[in-house]
Design a protein around this ligand. Structure first.
Ligand code: 5RP
Length: 233
């Protein structure tokens, strides 16, 4: 099916509204990163201002924190609030079966994964271009690594099959750095047949902080499609 981009953008706003409708007063909520998660934050901002909805948010990135603060949304940290009721975040690939994910093209994967595992429930918001039969379809696995000795870490990743692009800042030759001052190695493994094994293998490598595979941890998916919204549970 061909994809009408302007229509998808419109539905992304609607997915944002649907995601925001899952938040009830007093909830502790993880706020994801990326353009689709931003639609949720904006919709929550409108509910905050227009309906007087009150909840507390834990942002997964500095950008998300700034966006939420621009609406006056109250934010906290996992230090003060280590358990969350709900986390809503975007993704780069989602499997149609099992809702396994690749995340991190926006570079926030470490914080996103920490926030996800602090939450009782995880809802993913995407547009239909992200839906795949198998992970690795069109997205590398972003791997966040500590800058010290990253070349050695990259060699270990190559030994388990990664074809690596070191992520750079847009239109620059400088390394991209995450909010936590780490680097990202975009690791292409081709189609991923055993994501659980790969997630474990990557995380056993010294120098790796975290990888963008989110396996068996998604409860619901909200999809903005050409033909409307889909809510998968
Ligand atoms: C950031 C992420 C984002 O959730 C992911 O990249 C999706 O972003 P978008 O909604 O803009 O496509 O994982 O680290």
């Amino acid at each position: 099916m061909s994809t009408d981009t302007s229509q998808i953008e419109l539905y992304k706003q609607k997915v944002g509204d649907l995601g925001a409708s899952l938040v009830t007063p007093g909830m502790r909520v993880g706020l994801g990163s990326g353009s689709t998660a931003a639609c949720v934050v904006r919709a929550l901002g409108r509910r905050w201002q227009e309906e007087g909805l009150r909840f507390i948010g834990v942002p997964t990135s500095v950008d998300t924190a700034h966006l939420a603060e621009s609406f006056g949304i109250e934010l906290t940290t996992l230090g003060k609030c280590p358990e969350l009721d709900l986390d809503i975040d975007g993704a780069d690939e989602v499997t149609r079966q099992g809702y396994n994910l690749i995340k991190g093209l926006g570079g926030a994967l470490l914080r996103e994964k920490i926030v996800r595992y602090a939450a009782k429930k995880f809802v993913v918001v995407v547009d239909e271009r992200k839906m795949v039969d198998q992970l690795g379809d069109h997205t590398p696995v972003p791997v966040e690594v500590t800058p010290f000795g990253w070349e050695a870490t990259a060699k270990h990743l190559e030994k388990i099959g990664a074809n690596i692009d070191v992520r750079l800042k847009k239109d620059s030759k400088e390394f991209f750095l995450t909010d936590g001052s780490n680097m990202i190695l975009d690791c292409n493994f081709g189609l991923i047949t055993d994501p659980v094994k790969l997630e474990n293998e990557i995380n056993q490598i010294v120098g790796v902080m975290e990888n963008g595979l989110f396996i068996h941890c998604t409860n619901e998916v909200l999809i903005a499609g050409n033909d409307g919204l889909h809510h998968l549970k």
